[in-house]
Design a protein around this ligand. Structure first.
Ligand code: AMP
Length: 196
């Protein structure tokens, strides 16, 4: 792995815990000589992780749509800031540039971006690891929901195993490095041809 894409909030969340966690994730990624790909914004957790990289001589590629350049206060001092036309272009370029994906606490944008790359993994479009940094139990209810979806047979166990998770950035990175993409055949599973 060379470049990790981090999806996270354009908001700071409550208290310092989320902002601090973004800085810690940045330092952990830097400790593994990994570069950062992210949405190019200078606000919220996004701004913290980008600044952590830039202050420590890390490499950062930001990808931001024109329409959000001012709204999300684009970080113009990154190693490389790509300004694209649409949200879809943003997501596909971020995915193409990255060797793995991490979601930190965030809002609708974060959830949407993470689930898109996860569903691409489910379809075998890529074999890259998808991890969640579960800061302060933020994603506990999402975990419960995914388990519920498995119990109700809307998500296969092999697809569920695509989601790596830890509260510790170092352990999450280790899990991502060790990740071997499972054989996931969503089409067969959905048709009930495999027991999962
Ligand atoms: P949020 O988690 O809502 O604070 O958003 C985090 C990032 O996701 C921000 O840079 C948003 O611009 C971005 N975002 C929100 N919706 C989308 C979308 N549909 N496609 C791509 N990025 C998005």
């Amino acid at each position: 792995m060379k470049r990790i894409c981090v999806f996270c909030g354009s908001s700071p969340g409550t208290g310092d815990q989320y902002m601090d966690a973004a800085g810690k994730l940045g330092l952990a990624l830097l400790g593994h000589n990994l570069s950062l790909v992210y949405g190019g914004a200078g606000v919220g957790l996004m701004g913290v992780i980008a600044n952590t990289f830039m202050e420590n001589n890390g490499e950062v590629v930001g990808v931001i749509p024109k329409a959000l350049f001012d709204k999300e206060v684009a970080c113009t001092y990154l190693t490389d800031l790509r300004v694209v036309d649409t949200m879809h272009e943003r997501k596909s370029l971020m995915a193409e540039l990255s060797d793995g994906f991490i979601a930190m606490p965030g809002g609708l944008g974060t959830i949407e971006e993470f689930f898109e790359v996860l569903t691409w993994a489910q379809l075998g479009i890529h074999q890259k690891p998808c991890g969640i940094l579960n800061v302060n139990g933020y994603f506990d209810r999402l975990t419960d929901f995914l388990d519920h979806a498995v119990s109700q047979r809307f998500i296969g166990k092999d697809c569920r195993s695509l989601v790596l998770m830890d509260h510790d950035p170092e352990i999450l990175i280790q899990k991502m490095k060790a990740y071997q993409a499972p054989e996931v055949d969503k089409a067969k599973w959905a048709l009930g041809m495999v027991q999962s």
